[in-house]
Design a protein around this ligand. Structure first.
Ligand code: ZN
Length: 193
């Protein structure tokens, strides 16, 4: 029978393991892994017998394992905490959060990434050289893109003719969900009045 283990109790890549169904023996790194929902199924590379199911950790599991000195968890914890900090930053959801346009406004808005930190880009909205807004960017976040673009159109649509979204930002918003591309283009286009 396959055993179910927490993520940090799974057989290590260098740890000895033997199949219970056939004579195969090797190390954890030789097992064939397949992600099924919130767990990793690890099977014998010879006979496909399921040997172990490792549950992916949630934030609490990561915190707990890190506190016990697990190095993998400690590294993951840094990312979890960075994400929590970013989740807490404000995003634009109402037009009154956004400032007036500058006196000599351009009729285009530019949406670009601030890549000061590659792991955690910020989205920056500019009119000419003036920065109007910045908020955290999240991977594969069509919903966030539609929210931000709608509020930009609502706030500046009287004056602005177009919103130019940098390809890198589009890529970030679309992620691996290619079906999102068309919906994103719709959200970028000036709404008909
Ligand atoms: Zn086997």
């Amino acid at each position: 029978m396959a055993r179910v283990v927490s993520w940090y109790e799974r057989t290590g890549d260098g740890e000895a393991v033997a199949c219970v169904e056939c004579p195969w023996a090797g190390v954890g790194g030789d097992l064939v892994g397949m992600v099924i929902g919130d767990l990793l199924e690890r099977s014998c590379p010879r006979c496909d017998a399921h040997l172990e199911f490792a549950l992916f950790p949630d934030a609490d599991d990561i915190r707990e394992a890190a506190a016990l000195g697990n190095a993998e968890a400690a590294a993951a914890l840094a990312l979890v905490e960075q994400r929590e900090v970013r989740r807490a930053l404000p995003v634009a959801s109402r037009p009154d959060q956004l400032p007036e346009l500058p006196a000599e406004a351009s009729d285009l808005l530019h949406v670009v990434h601030d890549l000061a930190c590659d792991l955690a880009p910020m989205i920056v909205v500019r009119n000419g050289p003036t920065e109007l807004w910045r908020e955290p960017a999240f991977w594969e976040d069509l919903e966030g893109a539609e929210r931000l673009l709608a509020v930009l159109w609502e706030r500046y649509g009287e004056v602005i003719e177009g919103i130019v979204v940098a390809p890198a930002v589009k890529q970030w918003w679309i992620g691996d969900d290619l079906s999102a591309r068309r919906l994103l283009d719709l959200a970028i286009a000036k709404p008909e009045r």
